[in-house]
Design a protein around this ligand. Sequence first.
Ligand SMILES: NC(=O)c1ccc[n+]([C@@H]2O[C@H](COP(=O)([O-])OP(=O)(O)OC[C@H]3O[C@@H](n4cnc5c(N)ncnc54)[C@H](OP(=O)(O)O)[C@@H]3O)[C@@H](O)[C@H]2O)c1
Length: 364
Amino acid sequence: MLEPAEDKNNVSSLQAMITSAIDFISALCYGQNVVKKTTNGWYSWRELYRTDSFCDHLLIDKEQHRVISKDKEERDTMKIGFIGAGKVGCTLGKFFTEGGIRMTGYYSRHIESAKAAADFTGTCCYDELSRLVHDSDAIFITVPDGTITSIYKELIKFDIRGKQICHCSGSISAGEAFPDAAETGALVYSIHPLFPISDKFTTYRELTDAFFCLEGDEKCVNEWKERLELMGAKTQVINPKDKVSYHAGCAMASNLVCALLHESIGLLKECGFSETGARKALAPLIRSNIGHILTDGPVKALTGPVERNDIGTVRKHIDCFRTNAEKELYCTVSSDLIQIAREKHPDTDFSEMENVLREELVNE
Ligand SMILES: NC(=O)c1ccc[n+]([C@@H]2O[C@H](COP(=O)([O-])OP(=O)(O)OC[C@H]3O[C@@H](n4cnc5c(N)ncnc54)[C@H](OP(=O)(O)O)[C@@H]3O)[C@@H](O)[C@H]2O)c1
């Protein structure tokens, strides 16, 4: 008799769970003898549990419940190591392990950070850079932008022929960060998560919705594009020469909005709102506006006095600001809004509005 597909799945899930439980207990027992510093770094039972030779089939069991296909799993034997156990290192590491990508572990400036990241992702903590390089096929350098090249200069002291070297900065190309890479035999590229990663241990949950921008070695970029898309992420490959403009665009959509909202909350506080009261009051306005911009585009979404060509209200706004910096910010952004308003209402004459804003900017 044929079993219903759902029952079959339940039976195989149960079998996988029992196998996992047995391996988990074995790993714990086995780990008792070796939870200590070895020549390769600090190891815990979890690291052993992830070691291929120890219980390889467990990895396969786990991956059968993930998005990576059997075919992909068999092909994808690449092991990833991270240098820099900060927000991006921890977040991407967790995202990768959750997605079935194999990882070696972490090396960082402070061993405590590397250990915390290794525990979080169930990978190894390395106290020697050479070991991480030796064990990893791809090395992700997730340190602050200004430190990437100096770490790379440390890496080229080892044999990195055939290894993949990647950084995650949005504004620097791989060619710029990893000079003369061709001479080392390494394959270099960058993967920028277009996402505000604000927490080491929780942001990974939001990453399936994220967008990744890639550039660099063509083969690696194509490989990673496929890998990331299999995990549900969206990707775009860009020209290395466009990285700075791309990153400026990202900053405008995210960091610069913080400045405008900071001003906005400040003005409401001057009117008697508390900080949280102001945020709550503005929330529906912000959400609705962003929703319309994302759905319909900024031209269709634009409302307000500039769009209505209401010069009287704009003048009153300008007069209410206490500092020249606030006036300048308002007039500069409003001048830009005129371009959008013109697109929306090609028959309206916005030249007087334009003059009012320009005069204010000239007088500053
Ligand atoms: N955060 C974001 O939203 C975001 C988004 C996209 C891209 N990025 C990019 O991701 C990269 C990392 O940013 P992040 O936000 O993760 O920074 P972060 O949280 O400050 O982490 C940087 C990590 O680098 C480690 N580090 C610093 N100097 C080191 C050295 N000399 N050797 C080894 N490790 C060193 C630090 O280690 P210790 O903890 O051991 O001191 C720290 O944990 C940057 O290129 C950034 O542009 C960030």
